[in-house]
Design a protein around this ligand. Structure first.
Ligand code: MG
Length: 358
């Protein structure tokens, strides 16, 4: 073992490009076809000096790849969205941003990802290249490297095009303690922008809306915005991205983890007009629709304005807003104050509103 990684810019033993247009079972064999796919397709988009070494695992050294004075934060996520491409994103961007965001929600900066690709025999290699290109773009924006990857191929009909599972590794400075059980009575509940866009964009791509809309998925890596927020407001108590289950389910989770009652003002929750119309049409509740580029932040009340100003200054948070507060210790409740002055209790999403949303 050398002290440092050798620098590897390209494949160690080049294998010519095979002329398959589609994934065949042989791409999962581990032999020549697999290596050709790795070198000529995967490394073309995702390659870096660690991945290109071609070892069975990636080596991260304390004091080098792992900064001193930090602790590791790890998250994993599987992506099975249907369809694979939709307005505002695709499964590639989703597979990077979903995991980047989950690592970020504990106050860590994500740095490394691993990825597993499950490909179906017959999947077009041109679609795979589009997806990998999208992953590369999202990874570059988020400042993360894909340092280990695996590909498996199923027979036609045994999976659905492509599934991608990613694991993220990030580092948080020792002393940072941001988690779901840290909400306190008096905390302000902030939301970085309108909810429901991702869910409706995917529904539209499935042809479920019956009309064309301008709605785009909000998929975005949020680690840059979180870094700015933590610099301005180091006393953030809770961060979470309201993905599957939406805003309401995520806030019920936080209320239960922290044993508090959270009260929201319905009028203050931003929902784009087109999203509201689409939800009315489909009988869906935007408070339970998936988001992939929004965050909830619970901060001490006196930090509200500073936190909002920081979120609004970031390209992914111009519509950040105060939507409610933590009112008291309890057994974990989420309350919604309506414009009529009534209050109702919100529960977690029951059942599945839209399957295969992320
Ligand atoms: Mg999450």
């Amino acid at each position: 073992m050398t002290e440092n990684f050798p620098s590897v810019e390209g494949p160690l033993c080049p294998i010519p490009l095979s002329h398959d247009d589609h994934i065949v079972i042989g791409h999962g064999s581990g032999g020549t076809k697999t290596h050709s796919l790795i070198q000529n397709v995967f490394q073309k988009y995702l390659g870096n000096t660690i991945l290109n070494l071609g070892n069975d695992a990636a080596l991260l050294k304390f004091g080098q790849e792992i900064p001193k004075g930090t602790h590791l934060v790890v998250s994993t996520d599987a992506h099975i969205v249907f369809p694979l491409f939709f307005s505002g994103g695709d499964i590639g961007r989703l597979s990077v941003c979903g995991t980047v965001n989950d690592v970020s929600m504990l106050g860590a900066q994500p740095k490394y990802l691993t990825a597993t690709f499950i490909l179906e025999e017959g999947f077009p290699i041109s679609d795979l290249e589009s997806i990998l290109s999208s992953m590369a773009k999202a990874a570059s924006e988020a400042g993360v490297k894909i340092i280990a990857a695996d590909t498996k191929v199923t027979e036609k009909g045994k999976s659905d095009g492509i599934f991608i599972s990613t694991t993220g590794i990030g580092f948080a400075p020792d002393g940072v303690s941001i988690h779901g059980a840290a909400a306190k009575p008096g905390d302000a509940v902030l939301l970085s922008g309108p909810v429901g866009n991702h869910g409706i964009a995917v529904a539209e791509a499935r042809g479920n809306l019956g009309f064309r809309s301008q709605i785009q998925s909000d998929i975005a890596p949020l680690n840059g915005m979180i870094a700015s927020l933590l610099e301005a407001v180091p006393t953030v108590h809770v961060l979470r991205d309201p993905t599957r289950g939406g805003l309401a389910t995520t806030l019920v989770e936080i209320a239960c983890q922290s044993s508090v009652t959270i009260e929201l003002n319905e009028e203050d929750i931003p929902i784009d007009r087109d999203v509201k119309s689409a939800c009315d049409l489909l009988g869906l509740d935007p408070l339970y629709m998936a988001n992939e580029g929004k965050l909830i932040a619970l901060v001490p009340a006196e930090q509200t304005e500073r936190a909002l100003a920081t979120l609004r200054a970031h390209p992914y948070g111009p519509q950040a807003v105060l939507i409610g507060k933590v009112i008291e210790k309890s057994d974990g409740q989420l309350l919604l104050k309506t414009p009529l002055g009534t209050t109702r209790r919100l529960d977690m999403l029951a059942g599945e509103m839209l399957p295969r949303i992320c």
